[in-house]
Write a protein that binds this ligand. Sequence first.
Ligand SMILES: [Zn+2]
Length: 338
Amino acid sequence: MREEVVFCPFCEIEHTVNLVETPAQNEIKGQLINYVANFFVCSETGESFATGGMIDVSLLAARDAYRAKNDLLTSSQIKEIRNKFSLTQDEFSIILGFGEKQIARYETKHIQDIVHNDAMVSFEQSLYGVMQKLWRAGNKIKKTTQDKVIEAVNLLISQNQAENCLKNINATSSEKNILSGKTAFCFNRIKNMIKFFAKDIDDMGITKTNKLFFYSDALSYQKFGKAISGLQYVKDTHGAVPKGYTHLTEIKGLDVLVEPNRDNTQPTFTFTKNPGYDFEASLFSKGELEVLELVKNKFLNTSATKTSAIMHEEEAYLKTKDLDTISFDLCKNLKAFK
Ligand SMILES: [Zn+2]
């Protein structure tokens, strides 16, 4: 129990009172929520009272208890996310496309809806998405803040959360799963496949990279009944894309150039050509190395647009429904490698 000297409304003088924490219950949005409330107890009269600030703290505790119970970010978790990127409440609101004062409300008075909650959760989960939203916000975010966000993104990339993200998204990949080409997810192979291609290819933007992965895995499956990376592929409007592909550009130790796009709405991510990469050939079988070589040579001088167009003609793409995971059963007759 803590003691404080405050003005007591019962004795109408300042004196020492006890600060008490007690379990309380409140109804929020139709649910009974248990939380911890703070108040003072006057030792003279035994009456309890709270100051305005304490009531706010208790209400915040009640709202956070509601959030925790309903799997929503608490006010301090929201604050933590924006602090990670050195953003003020207003800046975080703008970047997320909310009303300018929305984050301030969430950190103090209001409970966020699920749509806004998920937008904040996924903001943190995709560094690619962070950069995308930063470019979109354009000059609504000051240059110094932009630099701080970019610095934070680079720091997080160096902490290498990409591996965990990719692994979680492709968690069902296994030697038995046809959706991963009967191959278990292997981060080291994925990283080295990028090194392999980026040693020689000039324009390895994310679109082209996605296709290089798809063809490497599909061709390996066609030849040996086993894909290489253990990634799964989804039918996207741009063709087959590895699940969680945006994290590919976040892998530590790879050189990525981030630039604003020509129409300035979205940034582009390109693996920089780096002949100095120490590609670990021993991770791959002789047959797999041949496949990687075939894929590289096939698309070495093919533009991303043309590469996508070729991919769109594949049975694996045509016979899969939008946003479904592509089965490697459909990768046995690749047109590009006839
Ligand atoms: Zn008193």
